[in-house]
Design a protein. Structure first.
Length: 156
């Protein structure tokens, strides 16, 4: 997690802060002590797990709904293995019926173009944000698939 971090040196008691992640810990400005890298990495993992649990609780996710962060990690792994195939699947759309179009989480095109693609189905698996959009976005650069990301709250 990136942000402004506060710490108290366990050797001399000096309080200090820095901007970055726990693993960016610069060491105490008074005595120079810096906790071992393994301990900082472990603390970073604990924070990430707490954030994941908070995000799930905030979405009041039903247990059938996938964690978008895990889905994005898998999609990016797939993209690293075969970006061309995954891009073709993401860009492919098929017509769908009204019943699917009315699903509360699956992302479907507007009524005049009522189609669904793989990303719309993936977002259906991950649930819907408060603004009605899915949690997972495909990132393109000049028409080329770069990867996937979890949309930040309030951003489309």
């Amino acid at each position: 997690m990136t942000g402004f971090m506060d710490a108290t040196c366990s050797k001399c008691g000096k309080r200090f802060g820095w901007s970055g992640t726990v693993e960016d810990h610069p060491g105490c400005p008074r005595c120079g002590y810096r906790p071992p890298a393994e301990r900082l990495a472990q603390q970073e993992r604990i924070i990430a797990e707490h954030q994941r649990r908070i995000a799930i609780a905030e979405r009041e996710v039903d247990p059938r709904v996938a964690d978008p962060t895990l889905v994005v990690d898998l999609l990016n792994e797939i993209a690293r293995r075969d970006r061309t195939a995954l891009a073709a699947l993401i860009n492919y759309r098929v017509p769908c019926n009204d019943l699917l179009a009315e699903h509360p989480a699956v992302q479907v095109g507007p009524p005049e173009d009522q189609t669904v693609g793989l990303l719309g189905i993936i977002n259906g698996l991950c649930g819907v944000r408060d603004d009605g959009w899915g949690h997972v976005a495909a990132v393109f650069n000049g028409g080329d698939l770069v990867g996937f990301k979890v949309l930040e709250r309030g951003r489309v």
